[in-house]
Design a protein. Sequence first.
Length: 101
Amino acid sequence: MAETAEEIREHSKIYLKVLLTLLVLTGVTVGASYYDFGSVFLAVFIGLFIATIKGSLVACYFMHLIHEEKLIYWVLGITVFLFAVLMTVPFLTDANSVFNN
């Protein structure tokens, strides 16, 4: 925690830089929505990439996760991995063979 006026000013500068970065990335997102990438996959990928950067900035700085212990990163990583597994399992099953047997 910041205790002196100088530490508070330093934290405020960081928060303002992150805020400005988020505003710029929001503009990039809006600009990308008007651009024709040629494929829906590429457009969605770019939109999600920008959103991931913005979400990471919010989580790291405004939620103060950047100063957390390494354990929290392992837990978050395992959560993301298991979420990805759960989202891909339906694509690996063949619905026709399940209902025809």
